[in-house]
Design a protein around this ligand. Structure first.
Ligand SMILES: Cc1cc2nc3c(=O)[nH]c(=O)nc-3n(C[C@H](O)[C@H](O)[C@H](O)COP(=O)(O)OP(=O)(O)OC[C@H]3O[C@@H](n4cnc5c(N)ncnc54)[C@H](O)[C@@H]3O)c2cc1C
Length: 475
């Protein structure tokens, strides 16, 4: 697949708002780096050396499609999926989290277990099969949005659906449904082709109008994608913030103003029970979070490598406490790696012949992420210290009249001044830039409230086998 089809597909009149203006993201320099990075990933399907690693042949078109759509039937199939995630993560240093492979994996999970939903809605299996095939074969870039806008999180919040802007079906016709309300946050939604929309949690019977699962085209009239502040470094600062220049995955608030969705894209509606099942679907959860923890592993490896380089560059790597901190980074990496491997090794076949990675290990790695990543950044800060701040504002200073002085006084223990400045600027892009702060928040919250996620791990854990071990002392 060539670059152009993806970029071209975004020139569809979509309502993307940035800094008070409706923009064409394919022409706006805040999106140049991000879209170029994604185009390069999409181009891998046309590369004979890479296409077998990131993809497989669609049984329908016999063309290469992304392995996130691959329904695993064996341990080896899980490894195939992992390889594809690794290559895309490594290409973006784990910094682009939502490259569509997470949403594609969720879709693949629901598709694989589609028969479980026939009892809720007999049209569901056919609708999801048809959409899954279309998304796979047309290389659709997908994102996913679940949360309601943060207005009032008290227990009583669901009593006042309209005032709280909750996304609801306001009208049904023979052709489809109309939606009004809002959703937060749609990472990558400004450059998605379609957005999968459904609510999180367990809704009650009286909340039927909220209990839907829909595929919404990002260019739908009435859908407004309101971007957060851009973190993208644009010229002349690109070289000073290399990650911000290429990997600012944009987040947006989604405003729905009477948005029409045809019935074939309304996968479920007025169905709190089915939505609860969608949220807890073991295949969809395992396949999606398998991608998420492979990406986390790559990102932690990247941070760890930066930590090693910084410690060496300033000659601090010989100190015991610095070694202890670098060792902690290694432990983070190897713990997540071990959990990825364990989740695959201890995967199992479900009744629909899908080989599902073990969720306990995946959940453990996912729940460690919000603790590990902020700590990894803290370690970079503790080792780099004031070194992040003594840098000149731009690498261009090395071309100016102070060049020889900068070469002399910014030199490192093992590297020249320019290389050391590049290294510290790369690290600053993770620990101090707007992009870096956004990433820290992302790792804390992308999977939901980390506190409640860990509490769920406790409440859903099979505790009996542990509790039995102390029974002999209690007789
Ligand atoms: C960078 C970033 C990207 C994201 N991308 C996406 C995306 O692509 N798709 C998507 O769907 N979501 C996305 N999210 C949203 C994410 O899922 C939410 O941020 C997360 O679920 C937490 O919800 P919240 O932000 O509404 O926090 P809130 O739920 O408002 O929580 C705020 C505080 O109140 C506490 N609190 C609130 N309610 C309760 C309760 N009932 N019990 C106990 N404590 C409570 C929380 O613990 C927290 O301390 C993204 C978030 C971030 C930060």
């Amino acid at each position: 697949m060539q670059k152009d089809p993806f970029i071209k597909s975004l020139q569809d009149g979509r309502n993307v708002w940035l800094d008070g203006k409706k923009i064409d993201i394919t022409k706006d320099e805040n999106f140049t780096g991000t879209l170029a990075a994604i185009s390069e990933l999409f181009a891998m399907f046309g590369d004979p050396k890479l296409r077998d690693k990131v993809g497989y042949l669609s049984p329908k078109t016999m063309e290469y499609v992304h392995s996130a759509f691959y329904v695993p039937e064996s341990y080896e199939d899980l490894l195939k999926r992992r390889t594809a995630f690794e290559i895309w993560s490594q290409s973006t240093d784990g910094v682009m989290s939502r490259l569509s492979d997470y949403a594609r994996s969720r879709l693949t999970g629901w598709y694989a277990s589609r028969e479980d939903y026939r009892a809720f809605d007999k049209a569901f299996p056919d609708k999801i099969r048809s959409y899954y095939e279309e998304a796979r074969d047309r290389h659709l870039f997908l994102s996913l949005v679940q949360r309601d806008p943060q207005i009032n999180r008290s227990d009583s919040q669901l009593k006042n659906i309209e005032d709280l802007g909750l996304l609801r079906i306001t009208k049904k016709t023979s052709d489809g449904v109309f939606l009004s309300g809002a959703k937060m946050i749609g990472t990558a939604s400004p450059y998605s082709n379609d957005i999968i929309v459904y609510p999180v949690g367990h809704l009650k019977e009286e909340h039927k109008p909220l209990a839907h699962m829909l595929i919404v085209a990002a260019h739908s009239p009435g859908l407004h994608l309101v971007c957060r502040e851009s973190c993208a470094a644009t010229p002349p600062n690109k070289a000073d913030a290399p990650l911000s220049a290429s990997y600012d995955e944009m987040d947006a608030l989604l405003l729905f103003d009477n948005v029409f969705v045809p019935w074939e894209r309304v996968l479920l509606y007025d169905n709190p029970e089915a939505i609860a099942k969608i949220n807890t679907d073991p295949v969809s959860n395992s396949l999606a979070y398998h991608q998420a923890i492979v990406r986390l592993l790559n990102k932690l490896e990247f941070v760890t490598a930066i930590g090693f380089e910084i410690a060496e560059a300033i000659g601090a790597d010989g100190y015991l406490h610095v070694q202890e901190k670098l060792g902690e980074l290694i432990m983070q990496v190897e713990t997540i790696r071990a959990l990825v491997i364990a989740s695959e090794r201890e995967g199992s076949l479900n009744p629909y012949n899908t080989f599902v990675p073990n969720f306990t290990y995946i959940q453990t790695a996912r729940n460690l992420g919000p603790k590990y990543y902020p700590r990894a950044l803290e370690i970079l800060q503790l080792i780099g210290a004031g070194g992040f701040i003594q840098l000149p504002s731009s690498l261009q200073d090395f071309q100016g009249p102070l060049s020889s002085l900068l070469q002399k006084y910014l030199v490192g223990a093992t590297v020249d001044a320019e290389k050391k400045t590049k290294l510290f600027k790369l690290a600053w892009d993770l620990v101090g830039s707007p992009l870096g702060s956004r990433h820290e928040l992302y790792e804390r919250f992308y999977a939901g409230d980390p506190i409640r996620n860990i509490a769920v791990q406790y409440s859903t854990y099979d505790k009996q086998h542990l509790q039995e071990r102390i029974q002999k002392y209690l007789q």
